[in-house]
Design a protein around this ligand. Structure first.
Ligand SMILES: *Cc1c(COP(=O)(O)O)cnc(C)c1O
Length: 437
């Protein structure tokens, strides 16, 4: 069996695209099959451009779910090319738990007896319900049966976990008496879900964690996004005003919740992960449940999470890109926009994103170019993702690492002068600053 020589020859001509030969063969074969061999290079470049890689986020959406949510703090060497003590007790020389590192530090950071890390916020809630409430009732307010995005609907997650949903109250108003009237011997948990991505205004009422925790069954608060600690000791200037009113894990536990669940990326600016924290007996039940084995994260994620929590415990918000971006004064962004020396300096509105703090604008600044340059900026190497608004291309600097400013300026300059070089190869994307340290 030999390949038709023309496919192989065409693939060899594409070697400089930087993809492994079998993928170049795929591109060549597809081009020939389409009757257009000259399209082989564009096909191969499109393949290279679709590989997972860094981009410059100039959208002003700080936690952009399509762009990987939070850029990570500097990763420790444990994450790459090394074995690690992931499940090994170095002092005793025996098997240990992967909860001994990041999870233990997280418990410390939120004042919990124990914590457990799983793959994301959705799996955290799923595991809690499956481990603590299978075949039993869970009371939830009708105002909190939300859809978070990406197919996460609270009633569906509850159904999948095998618990019985007991709805109380109405969409806009739920009182403690509503919960109390639903109490019977079968109730395993009272669930409180942060509305995250929407707000109700007007004639509304809901019940806080403290009164709920007087009802008897453990209260599980799925806060999703928000803060580790409302007093934000890792920020010199305190929490930004646009975060006011967001729930905080430490205070939710202090108010009496048996468990809190939240996202490692949305709430902490860390890697994609889900955290369950609270009472040791409840966390232990989750840890022992068979689903935990299916939902456990790998060493890469745990190493990134550990680094993130250590930064919180050191009270070093600067080491966490999310907080560095969130806390940058708008004047500093404006000064950077001036220094870019391309386009018009404009005031912009950034948002937290990730389905958190809806309607809360984050004052920001950036540069604007006349016309729609979004597609060409995405084709830049490295790709730049910008917004187009009223015929202008807007690059918001709040979400751009200052070390990437020169790269952004060069990309913008190209487009202004009409240089349409596509350059979609994988070759230059590693030149991105890629966060701190
Ligand atoms: C985002 C969110 C989730 C899901 O978290 P992921 O980490 O995205 O899986 C669950 N509950 C709430 C309240 C959320 O805001």
């Amino acid at each position: 069996m030999t390949r038709p020589p023309s496919v192989d020859a065409l693939a060899r001509e594409l070697a400089d695209v930087g993809l492994p030969h079998p993928l170049l063969v795929d591109a060549a074969r597809a081009a020939i099959a389409a009757g257009d061999p000259s399209s082989a290079r564009a096909r191969a470049e499109a393949m290279a451009g679709a590989l997972l890689g860094p981009v410059i986020n100039a959208t002003g959406v700080i936690l952009h779910t399509n762009l990987g949510r939070a850029p990570l703090p500097a990763l420790p060497t444990v994450a790459a090319r090394r074995y690690s003590n992931l499940e090994f007790d170095l002092a005793g020389g025996k098997r240990a738990s992967r909860s001994d590192h990041a999870a233990r530090l997280l418990a410390r950071a939120v004042g919990a007896e124990a914590a457990l890390v799983v793959n994301n916020g959705a799996s955290a809630l799923m595991l809690v319900l499956a481990a603590l409430a299978r075949d039993r009732s869970v009371i939830v307010s009708r105002g909190e049966l939300v859809e978070i995005g990406g197919g996460f609907r609270v009633p569906d997650v509850m159904a999948q976990s095998g618990c019985r949903l007991v709805e109380v109250g109405t969409t806009n108003r739920t009182r403690l008496a509503d919960y109390r009237s639903a109490l019977d011997g079968d109730v395993a948990l009272v669930l409180k879900v942060h509305q995250s991505n929407y707000r109700m205004v007007g004639f509304t009422e809901d019940v806080g964690v403290a009164p709920l925790s007087t009802l008897g069954p453990p209260v599980v608060a799925d806060i999703g996004s928000g803060l580790l600690d409302a007093s934000t000791p890792w920020l010199a200037g305190g929490p930004p005003v646009w975060l006011a009113g967001e729930p905080a894990a430490r205070q939710t536990l202090a108010a009496g919740a048996g468990l809190v669940t939240f996202s490692g990326d949305k709430l902490m600016g860390g890697p994609q992960a889900g955290i369950i924290a609270g009472r040791a007996d409840l966390v232990a039940l989750c840890a022992r449940h068979p689903l935990n084995r299916a939902l456990r994260p790998g060493g890469l994620v745990l190493a990134a999470l550990q680094e993130t929590v250590l930064a919180y415990l050191r009270r070093d918000g600067d080491a966490i890109p999310f907080w560095r971006m969130a806390a940058t004064p708008v004047e500093a962004l404006r000064a950077r926009a001036e220094r870019l020396g391309v386009g018009k300096v404009v005031d912009t509105v950034a948002v937290a994103g990730g389905g958190s703090v809806p309607g809360q604008d984050v004052p920001s600044a950036g540069v604007a170019l006349d016309g729609d340059h979004a597609a060409r900026l995405r084709a830049n190497d490295p790709p730049v993702v910008a917004r187009v608004h009223e015929g202008m291309t807007i690059c918001d600097l709040r979400t751009v690492d200052p070390l990437d400013d020169p790269v952004l300026a060069a990309a913008l300059l190209h487009h202004r002068t009409g240089d349409t070089s596509t350059g979609q190869g994988v070759s230059n994307r590693h030149q991105l600053a890629g966060g701190p340290g």
